[in-house]
Design a protein around this ligand. Sequence first.
Ligand code: PRP
Length: 191
Amino acid sequence: MGEKWDAHVTQVLYTQQQIQKRVAEMGVVLSTAYAGKNPLMVCVLKGACVFYTDLLRHCTIPLEMDFMRVSSYGDGTETSGTVQFLVPLSRAITGRHVLLVEDILDTGTTLHAVLPTLEAQKPASLAVCALLEKPARRRYPVPMACCGFSIPDVFVVGYGLDYAEQYRNLPYIGIYTPEKKDSEQCICVNP
Ligand code: PRP
């Protein structure tokens, strides 16, 4: 028999319950900030998809959805530095209040490339909301309207985040390490 499929997820950083509590709080913040603005909430695929669908269900205001897909990590744990624009938004954003929803703001390379392309369309406002941010790795400053958790410099998977496209379906956020954990149980670092 092969190794357990999550054998490289050695620690739980945030449990499903902790994530849901924080996402609900973020929904309240965004509902207040965007009341009366009919914002366009943009999911940056693929990583943000799980967070996005949960977050929007905690937003209690009229809003619209759209999706874009960009990629820069490929199958590694380090950014390639080159952002590939794979799927554009479905319509123009001129005059709209746009909120980009990201799973993680790491080096800032992705948003540093994406934000100017959207600004060029002259939205009424353009802001970013990310579930996670990793301040220690930031290369480009990216202003954020709302952030869920600030995390240390570890490679995380789960709740939409991947390593080589795996682990997106874990309901929690865990630390991926090349070494396998030696017991069945993950250590929860944030009980
Ligand atoms: C991840 C994540 C962010 C970006 C953050 O995307 O979803 O978009 O990296 O990292 P950065 O701040 O260093 O640019 P990835 O390229 O892995 O594509 P994915 O969303 O399809 O997993």
